[in-house]
Design a binder for this molecule. Structure first.
Ligand code: GLU
Length: 424
């Protein structure tokens, strides 16, 4: 097992510790080679950067950021960049590991990576965000590239931020190199269908899970924690594609609940006006904690890590948990949910629609020809179905919960590539 004890992540609640523990459990079940196991417990490379940024008040502020290249055995590193005040190197490492499993479980020819900047984007002007984004690319650009490492949006980063980053990178190269980053606006080589891809992939998985469980999903209830890109589109698509009734949604400021269902356009308009879903007039207030424990058919954790834990998992009543966030469930919670018969669609399968359409974007960028939106949807649906079925089958074969099943599928593929390359 680990030969790197002195570097083990320290604090008890630490996403990287969780990611390593999940890997360790899967490695034991599948009797993974010990060198392959040790290699997969750590990022292959990481860069820490310090960024001076001129703020609107004329003063220079220093920001800190990271880029982790976790594993590129199957192809170039791929993964988003987060802007968050609580970002840490261990969060980025965990997310880089999960990206490695995500591209592998989807069987797309990419590895895993992640980036992050410690900042509070909500308190920054557009000009400050642009200067921060460009400063980041100037510092990490040397290890990026369409054949090396391709970032994308994540928590609090947008297509506009991707556009500034693609521009900065292109200026550094001396030629347009839009394929260095995905999730770009359509006018700069973005892909049709990238906007709602994360939620759409998750919705396809919910449909497949309901089929497996013999549930007629039409008219069934859902609750959504988090109302960013993934959560808000999940609201829209759960209604439009599955005919579900979304009874509760929340964001970082609190949640709203209406047993008769919430109308997507109205909630979105309220959030656009006030900055939060909380206070929406046609619903009662509900806390984020209470939302997770609602008696609904499907729960979509769509915000941040570690919200379903050993402390509350026993009270979670949803029949299906569709993890649109990365890392929302701890290993303790996984065991409890599994015992209680809850069907968890694990994060790196459930939210893989985003990176799958990012890969489509890279393919389109490289041959300079762009697909219609329905073409993107069709290809995404096929990839999600195949991956869902592989995970479902592996979980049944090994008699383990779906997250472990997904790990087994993903690790087998990465380990095979490493073996063929002679890494162990
Ligand atoms: N940030 C997204 C994720 O966690 C998308 C990554 C990508 O498109 O590269 O999957």
């Amino acid at each position: 097992m680990s030969q790197r004890k002195e570097n083990e992540p320290q604090s008890a609640i630490n996403p990287f510790k969780t990611a390593q523990r999940q890997l360790d459990e899967a490695a034991a079940v599948m009797e993974l080679d010990s060198a392959a196991h040790e290699l997969l417990r750590w990022p292959s490379r990481e860069l820490h950067v310090t960024l001076p940024v001129k703020m609107d008040n004329g003063k220079t502020k220093i920001f800190h950021g990271f880029r982790v290249q976790y594993n590129d055995a199957r192809g170039p590193n791929k993964g988003g960049i987060r802007f968050h005040p609580d970002e840490t190197i261990d969060t980025v490492r965990a997310l880089g590991a999960w990206m490695t499993w995500k591209t592998s479980v989807m069987d797309i020819p990419l590895g895993g990576g992640k980036g992050g900047i410690i900042c509070d984007p909500k308190s920054m002007s557009a000009g400050e965000l642009e200067r921060l984004s460009r400063a980041y690319i100037r510092q990490v650009g040397g290890i990026l590239g369409p054949k090396k490492d391709i970032p994308a949006p994540d928590v609090y980063t947008t297509p506009q931020i991707m556009a500034w980053m693609a521009d900065e990178y292109s200026m550094m190269q001396g030629n347009n190199e839009f394929g260095v980053i995905t999730g770009k606006p359509l006018a700069l080589g973005g892909s049709a269908g990238r906007g709602d891809a994360t939620a759409r992939g998750g919705i396809y998985c919910v449909r497949d899970a309901a089929d497996e469980l013999g549930i007629d999903i039409k008219g069934k209830t859902a609750a959504i924690q988090g109302y960013g890109n993934a959560g808000s589109f999940a609201h829209k698509l759960a209604v439009e594609l599955l005919g579900m009734k979304v009874v509760a949604v929340s964001d970082s400021k609190g949640g709203i609940y209406n047993p008769d269902g919430l109308w997507y356009e109205n909630v979105l308009a309220h959030k656009a006006q006030t900055g939060s879903v909380a206070g929406f007039p046609e619903a009662e207030y509900i806390s984020n904690e209470a939302l997770l424990e609602l008696d609904v058919d499907v729960l979509f954790p769509s915000a941040l890590e570690e919200v379903i834990t050993g402390n509350n998992a026993q009270r979670v009543k949803a029949k299906i948990i569709a993890e649109l966030a990365n890392g929302p469930t701890t290993p303790e919670a996984d065991d409890i949910l599994y015992k209680n018969g809850c069907y968890v669609i694990p994060d790196f399968l459930c939210n893989a629609g985003g990176v799958t359409v990012s890969w489509f974007e890279m393919v389109q960028n490289s041959y300079g020809y762009y697909w219609e939106e329905d073409e993107v949807h069709k290809r995404l649906e096929k990839k999600m179905k195949t991956a869902f079925s592989a995970v479902h089958k592996a979980s049944r074969k090994y008699g383990v919960h779906n997250r472990l099943g997904a790990y087994i599928v993903a690790i087998e593929r990465v380990a095979e590539a490493m073996k063929l390359r002679g890494w162990y």
